[in-house]
Design a protein around this ligand. Sequence first.
Ligand SMILES: [Zn+2]
Length: 481
Amino acid sequence: MFYRLSAPNPDTHFIDVECRIDALSQPTVELQLPAWRPGRYELQNFAKNIQKFHVFDENERALPFKKMTKDRWLIQSDGAEAITVRYNYYANAQNAGSSFVSHDLLYVNPVNLCLYTENRLHEPCTLVLDIPENYIIACGLSKDGKKLRAKDYYELIDSPMLASASLQCQSYEAGSTKFHVWIQGNIKPDWTQILNDFQRFSEVQIATMGSFPEPEYHFLNLILPQPHYHGVEHRHSTMIVLGPDDEGEGLYTDLLGVSSHELYHAWNVIRIRPKELLPYDLTRENYFPTCFVVEGVTTYYGDLFLRRAGVFDDTAYFRELQTYLKRHFENSRHAAQSLVESSWDLWLDGYEKGIPQRKVSVYQKGALAALILDLTIRKIHRHKKSLDDVMRLLWERFGIPFVGYSIEDYQATVEEVAGEPLTWYWQDCIFSNVPFDTHLNHALGWVGLQMVTFSDGTVQLQELDDPRAVLQRKQWLEMDI
Ligand SMILES: [Zn+2]
């Protein structure tokens, strides 16, 4: 598949797309645009951003077509050996999963606007950017000037890109991987601090998991003047949109938090993937019960790795823990759903406020469930084993061979590491909606912490005056690599 993107009138925010498919052998071709994008489990119907759509044969003769569904086209190729589809896409949204074009920036998530045809998904893709001479391209794909190459359609749509004349970049190495930090925005980064902190949390993550899936990895950052906080995980990159650009220290804390979280996704979900998502069906909902593993465990580890790397101190780490406690217990303590039910229903209302006390957050409640599990395993084995072992086993068994795991696989791996059945954990923390304050405080108490609930329903994380817990806490939060 070949794609060419151009924006002759960038301030209209339209990107012109030319998509060429050759070696046709059938009298018709069905073309599909993704209805959602991996990382956000809701239908987004990108086809609504297409304004004009035309198809031509190799002699520039217009070919007839009709729409089969909201985002699928049936082309009568009429004996043509190659067809060219020309359409335009309205790119005027700046979040970590969108596309945007203006007079000084081209930002593209190919999943928004690249058509595919089912029997050609595994063929190499080439994408050419028609951009000004002085533009630099930041993208995880291999590059030859303005030509980007992906080994198949799945790699193409997993590779967001930024192109502008003002991109800044610095690189570092951790393990055997080369990391690149790209920044687009009106800020003067403190590169010494960024490279130092990023290298530390990258090394701790790689040491914990044993190996990193990719030889190169790109942090693509778009910094906006207005408040924003969003990151999306990809195979060899992450796309992050943050703001406001004049926030200084708060912006940097956000950058660290979201970057560590997204990097851990390079294992957890990109490679250690729920089997229901393998392969992705981009035309419709892909239900799965384990988003509490995908997002909950990643949220827990994103901040924990910053503490273990010494980028956060105890105070900074406990501030993040308190944030999950407050968001879960103050907003959805009495929610009707379990983590598994809310995972399934992401496709229904997972990314909106929703009606009162219906769902729980797979992020915050999921992170607290991961914390309870980690401390439980650590207590059983006196820190000789932990949730680290569970995730490393999942990486070795399901991630490296890339075969997908089921919820039963997750439960079995957890119990294998724990060395005992954890029936209470699955029942109370994962499969039902019973408030889990008692389990949480039991786990936290061992490391000298507790959650206090006040009469108005607000909660607070407090440190206990227990010298015996200090050693446990140190073993949980610190790591020598
Ligand atoms: Zn995430």
